[in-house]
Design a protein around this ligand. Structure first.
Ligand code: NAP
Ligand code: F7E
Length: 374
């Protein structure tokens, strides 16, 4: 039985990757941070399974800023594969916490690689969660493994260090270490302050009358959004490729935040009309499709404890506002990846398209808001 060690196991990707590796027959070890309230919500379904916890899945306290602990864990577990997913992963927050972000996202990667060297794990394979944020102010469209980097945030710069230290340790010490340069990937398990989840969660609350508006920043930023579980399968394929190499995982399509917002509300039967410009722009209800609304009410009628409040959603009502606090000091305007290398060498390809992604996220949030009030 192969052993995998995952940092960031409590995050969106960590939880999906754990499921995928358990299905493939791995023994999975995850590193969790000590926190004053539970941070294992995304793993609860595995945590509560007596056949899995402490039999196939083991959780250990640790932190990427604590070197001694990383050494001890590597000696104890002796993993075959390591997936380094832990990070201060929020781009906007990285402007507020640049030093901490560099410590975790940049130097944390070095600490891990050095622990591998010190412990002398010769055969271990190491996956680094690199990011399309490395491309930042893009030098080429679409972006591939050979596109020059130009990060635009402390997060991007910290991840740039992580990227290059992987390449350096691969070349200098022969460690099997690979970068997955992943474009944005989303899911119902996405953190609530990332724009997709923020929109779908707010739209579901607006539909049931629990929230009036959602405040957003730059509506015109373009992202290449895919479905997270497919990207986590790609991580495994990267580490199980015949040699350590770097790969872009992306859909090859790009959409604006505005489109994501429109499509989310359209799933609820609500058409948006945009009026005004810059920070004075607002999204108004243009129309409500009562046939769609009715279908949604039927969607989870049995367990619904909240009633849809479409009746309050009159044409002209403002549901989207701009809050300049969400603007970034330096923005990444356009990301679109070229996944040709992964498609060819790893036989990896995205299946879930943009409308399907929006649909599964809004459906999940609608379900949560109807059954638990969120
Ligand atoms: P996420 O949901 O924000 O999860 C981040 C994980 O890192 C959490 O488990 C968090 O633990 C852990 N963590 C944070 N600081 C840590 C520290 N000092 N020591 C140990 N663990 C720490 O992120 P994600 O979306 O799953 O992304 C996974 C990785 O891929 C990240 O490295 C991210 O930067 C990168 N990435 C993400 C995307 C994307 O679109 N999702 C795209 C490209 C790259 P807590 O639960 O305790 O906070
Ligand atoms: O922003 C704009 C914002 O925070 C996307 C991380 O997983 O993917 C993620 O980073 C866009 C930006 O993701 C709001 O300005 C507008 O242009 O959802 P996001 P991100 O910055 O692309 C990359 C690949 C990673 O590696 C990161 O770890 O949306 N935007 N209004 C907003 N963004 C947020 N968060 N909130 C808003 O209200």
């Amino acid at each position: 039985m192969k052993k995998a060690l995952i940092t960031g196991v409590t995050g969106q990707d960590g939880s999906y990757l754990t499921e995928i590796l358990l299905q493939k027959g791995y023994e999975v070890h995850g590193i969790i941070r000590r926190s004053s309230s539970f941070n294992t919500g995304r793993l609860d379904h595995l945590y509560s399974d007596k056949e899995i916890l402490n039999k196939k899945m083991f959780l250990h306290y640790g932190d990427l800023v604590d070197t001694s602990n990383l050494n001890r864990l590597l000696e104890k577990i002796e993993p075959d594969e390591i997936y380094n997913l832990a990070a201060q992963s929020h781009v906007k927050v990285s402007f507020e916490l640049p030093d901490y972000t560099a410590q975790v996202d940049g130097l944390g990667t070095l600490r891990f690689l050095d622990a591998i060297r010190e412990v002398g794990l010769k055969k271990v394979k190491f996956y680094q969660a690199s990011t399309s944020e490395l491309f930042g102010k893009v030098q080429e469209i679409p972006q591939s493994e050979t596109t020059p980097f130009y990060p635009r945030s402390p997060y991007g710069v910290a991840k740039l260090y992580g990227y290059w230290i992987i390449v350096n340790y691969r070349e200098a010490y022969g460690i099997f270490a690979s970068n997955g340069i992943l474009f944005n990937h989303e899911s119902p398990r996405r953190g609530e302050t990332f724009v997709t989840k923020k929109i779908t969660r707010a739209a579901a609350s607006i539909a049931v009358g629990k929230q009036k508006t959602v405040s957003l920043g730059n509506l015109d930023a373009k992202r290449d959004w895919g479905y997270a579980p497919e990207y986590c399968e790609g991580m495994w394929r990267i580490l199980n490729y015949e040699k350590a190499e770097d790969f872009v995982l992306a859909t090859g399509k790009t959409h604006t935040v505005r489109e994501f917002t429109e499509l989310t509300f359209r799933e609820l039967g609500i058409e948006i009309d945009w009026k005004g410009s810059k920070e004075n722009e607002k999204g108004h209800i243009k129309s409500v499709d009562w046939d769609i609304a009715k279908t949604l009410i039927d969607f989870d009628k049995k367990s619904a404890s909240y009633k849809f409040n479409f009746i309050n959603l009159k044409p002209g009502t403002v549901i989207v506002e701009i809050d300049p606090n969400y603007y970034r000091l330096t923005e990444v305007d356009l990301l679109i990846g070229n996944p040709a290398k992964a498609e060819k060498l790893l036989k990896w390809k995205t299946k879930t398209d943009f409308p399907e992604l929006v649909k599964l996220m809004i459906r999940s949030d609608l379900d949560k808001v109807l059954t638990r009030g969120y």
